[in-house]
Design a protein around this ligand. Structure first.
Ligand code: HEC
Length: 149
């Protein structure tokens, strides 16, 4: 009986671990699966977004230390100027102005891509964005990913 319980516990834990990651995809599959992923993204905020008021504070807190001018930027990606942000990083362009559903950065901040959860999982100094905040970043990209408003 004890053995059965142990086996059942392991099976349940394994099944749970699988469902916990089941929704995430591998980076190599992103291009092919971006359409499916779009359906699961938080909706874009329905307001005119200000970079300075709505977006910069989020990036400053959750991204800038790893993707700014201070040290060698992670993934060769910088988020502190429009030019650098649009240029992309090792994985190519991740912001497509006007198309948040085609912007890999949104898949990353929505924790949809394995090993590209941004900010990375377990980094308590860098808060994960809430659904509403992901929605704000989506609206920001949809409205042109401006840095001057
Ligand atoms: C603690 C450091 C850290 C923080 C904070 C962080 N990132 Fe990252 N980021 C990384 C690392 C490391 C990689 C490279 C991952 C890899 O190549 O496996 C990366 C990669 C990326 C990439 C892909 C770059 C490329 O082309 O390879 C983007 C886009 C990105 N991060 C955006 C963000 C955003 C947006 C935030 C804030 C919401 C953020 N990151 C916060 C460490 C961080």
């Amino acid at each position: 009986m004890q053995k059965l319980i142990v086996t059942m516990t392991f099976t349940a834990a394994f099944a749970f671990a699988q469902t916990a990651t089941a929704d995430k995809i591998e980076i190599d599959d992103l291009k092919a699966k971006q359409g499916e992923l779009a359906a699961k993204l938080p909706a874009a905020a329905k307001k005119t977004v200000s970079y300075k008021k709505d977006i910069k504070p989020l990036f400053d807190k959750s991204c800038l230390n790893c993707h700014g001018p201070k040290k060698r930027p992670k993934g060769k990606f910088r988020i502190d100027t429009r030019e650098l942000a649009l240029k992309g990083g090792s994985e190519g362009v991740s912001i497509v102005p006007g198309k948040s559903d085609k912007s890999a950065l949104i898949n990353y901040i929505a924790y949809q891509v394995v090993d590209f959860e941004m900010p990375p999982e377990g980094k308590k100094d860098y808060p994960k964005l809430t659904k509403d905040q992901v929605g704000l970043v989506r609206a920001w990209i949809d409205q042109g990913a401006k840095f001057d408003n």
